[in-house]
Design a protein around this ligand. Structure first.
Ligand SMILES: CC(C)(COP(=O)(O)OP(=O)(O)OC[C@H]1O[C@@H](n2cnc3c(N)ncnc32)[C@H](O)[C@@H]1OP(=O)(O)O)[C@@H](O)C(=O)NCCC(=O)NCCS
Length: 177
């Protein structure tokens, strides 16, 4: 941790699995974070899937952030993730992502992926700061706005294999977004 980081204000949160009672606070964060927000039904439909997991970050009895992700054979895929606007820049997002990274292992799930909207520069910068890298552009990815997505990826141990190195070399132009 650098001197600047230690001087910065950081809010320690407790991260646990989502429960039904969390939904009002999760929805409040969701609607204050996204133009095209998920509805309660979107969350419930997703969380009913066996491979879909939700976690929340709480400070005292307040839910200040959440993440919804999918389990795949070799990777985790982030579907939805936000920190309440009043609790941003306090390291909450970092702690949620660190929790997800702690679920990776060298022999099972070795990667985390997600799509980020082209216009969501904050999320792109955030994920870069968490050592995710841009992999490729997914053209016209979103039905709602028609905008492109950047596929971003984190690799376990941060030592990309030979194949990923080749991909990184080919898509190096996307690294500057
Ligand atoms: C992206 C998001 C989850 C980050 O959460 P957060 O709790 O504010 O992030 P942290 O405080 O842990 O930030 C960690 C690092 O990310 C980077 N970062 C975070 N917000 C940033 C911003 N607005 N601009 C540039 N870098 C940023 C910084 O490097 C920061 O480290 P620092 O505070 O030491 O400078 C939050 O901004 C959010 O909820 N955004 C709206 C929803 C969203 O876009 N979700 C992602 C969908 S893909």
């Amino acid at each position: 941790m650098t001197a600047t980081q230690t001087e910065k204000q950081r809010l320690e949160v407790h991260i646990r699995g989502i429960i039904r009672r969390d939904m009002p606070e999760v929805l409040q964060t969701e609607t204050q974070s996204f133009e095209f927000a998920w509805t309660e039904e979107d969350f419930l439909r997703c969380l009913r899937q066996r491979n879909c997991i939700g976690m929340v970050a709480e400070q005292g009895d307040k839910v200040v952030g959440f993440m919804i992700y999918e389990l795949h054979g070799a990777k985790l895929h982030i579907l939805n993730f936000a920190v309440h606007p009043a609790f941003r820049h306090l390291g909450v997002g970092n702690q949620i992502v660190a929790k997800l990274i702690s679920k990776l292992s060298s022999h099972r799930r070795t990667r985390i992926t997600l799509e980020v909207r082209e216009t969501n520069l904050t999320a792109q910068l955030f994920f870069r700061s968490q050592e995710f890298r841009g992999v490729c552009v997914l053209r016209d990815y979103y039905d709602d706005s028609g905008e492109d997505a950047f596929l971003m990826e984190y690799s376990f141990g941060n030592t990309p294999g030979k194949d990923s190195e080749e991909i990184v070399n080919r898509i190096v132009q996307y690294e500057d977004f």
